[in-house]
Ligand binder design. Structure first.
Ligand code: 5GP
Length: 223
């Protein structure tokens, strides 16, 4: 085949100006700085959209309906589960969270990539449902720093901080099943790394990003 380069040849996403219909999943223990990171990268990377999940938890003071989450009652959530409207859903700390099914063909046609901020249970389910999502795990620099960040946020009691930390220890082991790991030493550094991963994935051709052995062990652990 003769390679004739012309506009519209199908490599436009390589310029980083539009997406390629990719699904990025980012997970982290709470307090690692994921929300700030994702918000900043969405602002800076063209063609990247946030997948707004549905949740039964109540909005926090700074959160907006339809932007951070769609806040719904337990009965609405249950109806959506029955109608199979979620790509995946999970219970996290007593509340339910669900990712609406994306229209993958439309995303690709429109040059949009989606970023899903979901926990590790959700990531495993998405891996079974769709082809080659890109999994990124955000780690805090240490448990000590994570503890300090949770304390300084001032939203949790000491008991809750302890509970989150013990969950975090277990959750962080799941990083081994992810394709990329970013350590959040500084937010600027983490932003650059996440942007680089997204741009590199837009340029990558063909080779599946599968950590076969890790994926097998990971799925076995989950049952
Ligand atoms: P938060 O209540 O702090 O916003 O989120 C709690 C946890 O739920 C976070 O780890 C977040 O990534 C996760 N989460 C948010 N949306 C979803 C979702 O749609 N599905 C799953 N599985 N987890 C989610």
């Amino acid at each position: 085949m003769t390679f004739v380069y012309e506009k519209g040849f199908g490599f436009e996403h390589e310029m980083g100006e539009k997406g390629a219909g990719l699904i990025f999943i980012i997970s982290a223990p709470s307090g690692a700085g994921k929300t700030t990171l994702v918000k900043e990268v969405i602002k800076q990377v063209p063609g990247l959209q946030f997948s707004v999940s549905f949740t039964t938890r109540l909005p926090r003071p700074n959160e907006k309906e339809g932007k951070d989450y769609h806040f719904v009652s337990h009965s609405v959530f249950q109806k959506m589960v029955k109608r199979n409207e979620f790509l995946e859903w999970a219970e996290v700390l007593g509340n339910r969270y669900g990712t609406p099914r994306p229209d993958l063909k439309k995303l690709e046609a429109e040059g949009v990539d989606l970023i899903l901020d979901i926990d590790t249970q959700g990531a495993k389910k998405v891996m079974k449902e769709i082809d080659q999502p890109v999994l990124i795990y955000l780690l805090p620099p240490s448990l000590k720093v994570l503890r300090e960040r949770l304390m300084n946020r001032g939203v949790d009691s000491l008991e809750m901080v302890k509970f989150r930390l013990s969950n975090a220890r277990r959750d962080m082991e799941e990083a081994y099943g992810y394709h990329y790991v970013i350590v959040n030493h500084s937010i600027e550094d983490a932003i650059e790394k996440l942007k680089s991963i997204i741009l590199a994935e837009r340029c990558r051709r063909g080779k599946p990003l599968i950590l076969e052995e890790n994926k097998r062990q990971w799925e076995e652990k989950d049952g």
